[in-house]
Design a protein around this ligand. Structure first.
Ligand code: XUL
Ligand code: MN
Length: 344
């Protein structure tokens, strides 16, 4: 199936061992190099990274060692004809980020978060990308009185300004998520992320990464969140997936729960020329824990195929009938037009 001008990406963590909070891994770990060899076969050209996906155990290495390792990964990407899309600092596993990264109450821990973010920039540059993704995992609280929400926002802004001063070219795409692991996070929606950017020293360098499941967990429609970001020219990448209601972040195959909701995400992207912005169509999806190891990459190729099939549906919806029904305010008719089209 032709990519229709879109470039698809995913992160190595999307081929995973199946552990969940209640049970251990159920599939063997696949080495990073073996995963890289899968990308093209599955129809993908872009690789998303956490900083330590590219440079494992980076906390034990010097800046020069980190850059040398990341440069070696860039060589591997080139050999496979792949491009790094973004790098995200992993600020949620180290003991120093238990109480948050940039918003930790401990200044030494906040400094660790900033230092780690600067090394993440070094890695991004060595991999040949200027895009940093911020999933602000632990920037929030379990107990509201433990932090001050106004000061927390200022601290995140300060961290971004420090990163912008360190490197003049990087851009930051904030990936909002309302909860999990925290009870409440400080930047829960697209609107918060874009508004936060306005407080930084260079708002033009702050955009968003919208994940379908995160929007759904916030009680919002992902396609409307995307429309909001597109109106600001801030949609710099997406994490398409699906989510069955308000529970843990499921990272299900795109369109697997609500095909029409997926259709509307593809539609808003395609109607507004997302394929021409240079941004990739990123996926953030996990194979079900029950999936056998020898077929545990199907969620990736299936999600891409569903995107492309919905793209075809979006482009072939009868535009004249659609316009007439809107003009007549016959939205029941419009609903049936869409449903009939999706049912084929
Ligand atoms: C967490 C999540 C992360 C980010 C990258 O819910 O989606 O994987 O996408 O750090
Ligand atoms: Mn994500």
């Amino acid at each position: 199936m032709d990519n229709q001008g879109y470039v698809f990406s995913f992160g190595p963590w999307n081929i995973h061992e199946g552990a969940d909070p209640f049970g251990p891994t159920v599939r063997e770990s696949i080495p990073f190099n073996t995963k890289l060899a899968e990308y093209k076969k599955l129809g993908f050209d872009g690789v998303q990274f956490h900083d330590d996906d590219a440079v494992p155990k980076m906390n034990d290495l010097s800046k020069d060692q980190i850059i040398a390792e990341a440069t070696a990964v860039k060589k591997k990407l080139d050999e496979h004809g792949l491009k790094a899309e973004f790098v995200a600092p992993r600020l949620w596993e180290d003991p120093r980020t238990i109480d948050g990264g940039y918003t930790s109450n401990d200044p030494a821990c906040r400094q660790y978060a900033i230092d780690r973010s600067l090394r993440c920039i070094d890695i991004a540059k060595a991999l040949g990308t200027d895009l940093i993704v911020f999933w602000l995992a632990r920037e929030g609280t379990y107990i509201r009185e433990s932090k001050d929400s106004r000061d927390a926002v200022k601290k995140i802004v300060e961290a971004i300004d420090t990163m912008f001063a360190y490197d003049k070219t990087i851009r930051i795409a904030i990936e909002p998520k309302p909860n999990e692991p925290m009870d409440h996070t400080y930047i829960p929606t697209t609107g918060h992320a874009i508004a936060l950017g306005m407080l930084t020293s260079d708002a033009s360098r702050v955009g968003v990464n919208i994940e379908s499941a995160h929007a759904i967990l916030a009680g919002l429609d992902p396609s409307d969140e995307m429309g909001f970001a597109l109106a600001y020219d801030k949609l710099w990448t997406v994490h398409l997936n699906d989510q069955n209601g308000l529970k843990f972040d499921q990272d299900k195959t795109f369109g697997a729960v609500d095909l029409r909701r997926a259709f509307n995400q593809v539609r808003i992207l395609d109607k507004h020329g997302y394929d021409k912005t240079g941004s990739m169509v990123g996926l953030d999806i996990k194979a079900m824990r029950s999936q056998k190891a020898d077929v545990a990459t199907k969620h990736l190729s299936n999600s891409r195929e569903i995107f492309l099939r919905l793209l075809e549906k979006s482009r072939t919806l009868d535009a004249k009938a659609e316009a007439q029904l809107i003009a007549a305010r016959d939205y029941e008719g419009l609903e049936m037009l869409v449903i009939n089209h999706l049912l084929g």
